[in-house]
Design a binder for this molecule. Sequence first.
Ligand code: FAD
Length: 439
Amino acid sequence: MIKSNTTFPTKFDAIVVGAGPAGAASAYVLSKKGFKVLLVDRSREAGSKELYGGRIYLGPLKEVWPDLDKKAPIHRWIKKERASIMGKDGRIITIEYNAGRRTSFTAYLPELVRWMVSKAEEEGTIFVDEVVVDELLTSDGKVVGIRSGPDEIRSDVVIDAEGVNRLLLEKLGLVSGPRPEELALGIKEVLKVRKNEINAQFNVDDDEGVAWILMGDITLGIPGGGFIYTFNETISIGIVIHMANAIRAAEAGAINHSFELVENLRLHPYFNKLWKSSDVIEYGAHLTIEDGLSFMPKRLVYPGLLIVGDAAGLILNTGYTVRGVDFAVYSGKLAAEAVEKALSEKEGATEENLKVYEDMVRKSFMYNELKRHRASKELMKDPEFFTKISRIPLKFFSELYEIDKEVPTAYEAFKNACRSEDSGPLSLMFKLWGMVKKL
Ligand SMILES: Cc1cc2nc3c(=O)[nH]c(=O)nc-3n(C[C@H](O)[C@H](O)[C@H](O)COP(=O)(O)OP(=O)(O)OC[C@H]3O[C@@H](n4cnc5c(N)ncnc54)[C@H](O)[C@@H]3O)c2cc1C
């Protein structure tokens, strides 16, 4: 709803579609520079449609809001990184790393986005919620505003921050419909757990958090993984599965409903003890992007239009790190800087003038990261990595520790583990080396 004391201009310098992290950041930076900005979102309240895992990297966000680490609604700073490989039979390998520096934190994305939007409003952004943008208006091949129902609002430039669904860009013919190969499905539950219980179970202090990734049997062999993040008084647990493989698994009858995977995680005897007295207070599912570079539109700039955040394919998921929110915020900042430059030119937001955004993205750490980690995408879709290969270390440890009389040498245990998956030690080493190089 528009605030009653707001006078509504008939034309804006910029309209930002989507008040997620990308849209909120671009609106904030542009307003701070003195531009007249309209930020719209279809949700009832800023951030209320957001669903993600739970951890955000601080660095890029601080470039937009230098005091974010002191002022924003941060829950816990990630202290413990855990990674587990899970087997069918209750066998689990877990490694834990205790971080020395505070570089990432957990936050409720709806809460954080509301904070970001309030910062933009403080700088003068007009934010209107419950507005579904039906199309981007064009005139002479240039985007000139938005249409929502009967309302048409004009601006010099539109920033598309609509996220992964990209219906508006598809309508304009700038991207094709989503392909299951490029996407993953995230399913999540939020468990209410007392703060003291979280601290005791995870061995952390009040402001320290845990980021835990899981692979192996937790996804029933479907490429993907699980996650656990601790918040002040909740724990978020979830599964992310590669869409094309999930569809194949459903067609083959391997899964009935994706929510059963999260339920399996919640009820798993190894994890269940950590949230014994919990209630599920929220659940949901959301699409996410598996391979940012292949999802990226051919161009990020058109006359009068810039594309940011998920809509631009700017998200990295390496399997052990997800960087969506910080990339979204950073791309929003770059887009705002490009708009400032373009609007200072006589011809305004022409494609030529806005192209500086595309150049900035391609020179940025985000694009570099997406290119550097490209090979890991093949691995993330490879069912063998999530079945055979992840079973070998489990078998190795069971050979080594689950003994009756004789303890095998580590090499014997390794050979036996390889044999159990019809693999020789040497060919496995080569395969593993090939896989490790992709990570
Ligand atoms: C299961 C899961 C786990 C994840 N875990 C993490 C994580 O731990 N860490 C991390 O950094 N990232 C994570 N991500 C990714 C992260 O959530 C996204 O990269 C990030 O939210 C993208 O921000 P955005 O602003 O581009 O888009 P979004 O956050 O999707 O925001 C888009 C906004 O546009 C609005 N909108 C869309 N269409 C219209 C329209 N036509 N009219 C009006 N409004 C519209 C929507 O309501 C929404 O508010 C995860 C994602 C998923 C699905």
